[in-house]
Design a protein around this ligand. Structure first.
Ligand SMILES: [Fe+2]
Length: 435
């Protein structure tokens, strides 16, 4: 009997070892496999940009750029033969649109309408398209995308930024899945905008994620240097946009990310502060923020450890995905418990769609939480979280409009309806008359 048990354990151990080694092989292959990829821009700053692409063969590629599409009068070449190209252009003017094309002998590149714009010191207005859990290509992703295009009259020049809230390439964020679910379907956007993406739990091939993008670690795009690609901020016009990695093991109050976040927010001088992180502190959709175990307890950790920091610095808006639905709070504060503990004291302003705040972010002035994880997928959902009274089991995306004194957000559903919208005003005028 003892012998039988020993043998069984040995067999199980061998099976587990083979599975483990096999799994490691799959994960490594998914992350490191080479795929060809047309050019895209990363590391947008006020005076520089980096363009990356992957050619089929080792070669010296080149990039031409200029103020006009028919006069690309400057060019830069790779320093050596490579398949993974990365060219940084510096010395650019701030808040300026440049056209560019990329030359490759082994990769067919569509250079029509390729452009990038540097970040702005000031901006009268800016329009930001936000998608969450968008990484499943197909009919639904396409329809959500097309409804946004309809909103901007199919005129890309009306858009200023593009933000992705994680789970950008199902099912595990491999290099191939990124080509299929992001770079191909959003090709026309990729040709014109930096995809500012945060990581989701399905971007599980973390090496691939941080290889595809280069993120600022030294405050290059604004904000406090983070010395870590996983969290950083971007200043554009009147906006201070903070990008967090909620999928790390450590999101406690003493973590490096939380320490950096406090420092970054305390030094911010921009009137609008928006935080983007994949895992929401509040949701009653495909995921349940009341559960201590759902998503490895990360929703609870975000709520208990990061929400007090958002409160302390009066963050205006927190954007998340993860639950494949749409949910939105009023202006709320100081809620770190489960949904049943949410009460009137947590509501700073009880309005439906218009809120007022002072121009300078101040402690406990309230935050709006928006979950938009339905840009390509939908889950069954109860949508009964008391902090999130505006909720729809609908696919869609968000459009933010920011001026020096107003921030508005619309949820554009897959059928083109604006199912929810709100405005935060810092212009000292009242909300009277706004429904
Ligand atoms: Fe997720």
């Amino acid at each position: 009997m003892k012998k039988f048990l020993k043998r069984t354990l040995l067999v199980l151990f061998i099976i587990a070892s083979i599975y483990g080694v096999g799994r490691l092989g799959v994960v490594t292959y998914d992350s490191y496999v080479f795929v060809p990829r047309e050019p895209y821009a990363v590391m947008q700053t006020q005076n520089s940009i980096t363009v990356k692409w992957q050619s089929n063969e080792f070669e010296v590629g080149s990039l031409e750029y200029g103020f006009f599409s028919d006069a690309l009068n400057k060019s830069i070449k790779d320093k050596k033969k490579t398949k993974k190209h990365s060219i940084t252009i510096s010395g650019l003017n701030e808040c300026t649109k440049y056209y560019y094309k990329v030359n490759s002998d082994s990769l067919a590149i569509d250079n029509e309408n390729r452009s990038f714009t540097t970040l702005c010191k000031n901006a009268d207005s800016q329009k930001i398209w936000v998608i969450g859990d968008s990484g499943k290509s197909g009919k639904d992703q396409d329809r959500v995308y097309k409804q946004m295009l309809t909103q901007i009259d199919n005129d890309f020049s009306k858009l200023d930024m593009w933000v992705l809230l994680g789970d950008n390439a199902y099912t595990s964020g491999t290099q191939k899945q990124y080509n299929k679910n992001l770079f191909t379907p959003y090709k026309e956007l990729v040709k014109r905008f930096v995809p500012w993406a945060i990581i989701g739990n399905h971007d599980a091939r973390r090496w691939a994620f941080y290889n595809i993008w280069d993120f600022p670690t030294n405050g290059e795009s604004g904000g406090e240097p983070s010395a870590d690609e996983r969290y950083y901020s971007i200043d554009n016009g009147n906006l201070h946009l903070v990008m967090l990695d909620s999928e790390m093991r450590r999101i406690d109050t003493n973590s490096d990310m939380a320490a950096w976040l406090r420092k970054d927010l305390s030094k911010n001088t921009k009137p609008w502060v928006v935080v983007a992180l994949h895992t929401p502190p509040y949701t009653d959709g495909g995921h349940d923020s009341d559960s201590d175990y759902d998503s490895g307890g990360r929703m609870k950790k975000v709520r208990e450890n990061l929400v007090p920091i958002f409160d302390e610095y009066g963050v205006d808006l927190v954007l998340s995905g993860h639950s494949h639905d749409y949910e939105r709070s009023k202006l709320i504060v100081n809620h770190t418990g489960k949904s049943k503990s949410f009460n009137k004291q947590n509501i700073v302003q009880d309005a439906k769609s218009c809120y007022t705040k002072s121009i300078k972010p101040t402690k406990d002035s309230g935050t709006i939480y928006q979950v938009c994880g339905s840009s390509s997928k939908l889950d069954n959902a109860d949508l009964k979280h008391p902090a999130l009274p505006f909720a729809f089991q609908k696919m869609g995306s968000l459009m933010l409009d920011i001026t020096p004194t107003t921030l508005s957000s619309k949820f554009i559903s897959i059928d083109g309806k604006i199912l929810d919208k709100f405005i935060i005003k810092k212009d000292k005028t009242s909300c009277e008359g706004i429904k």
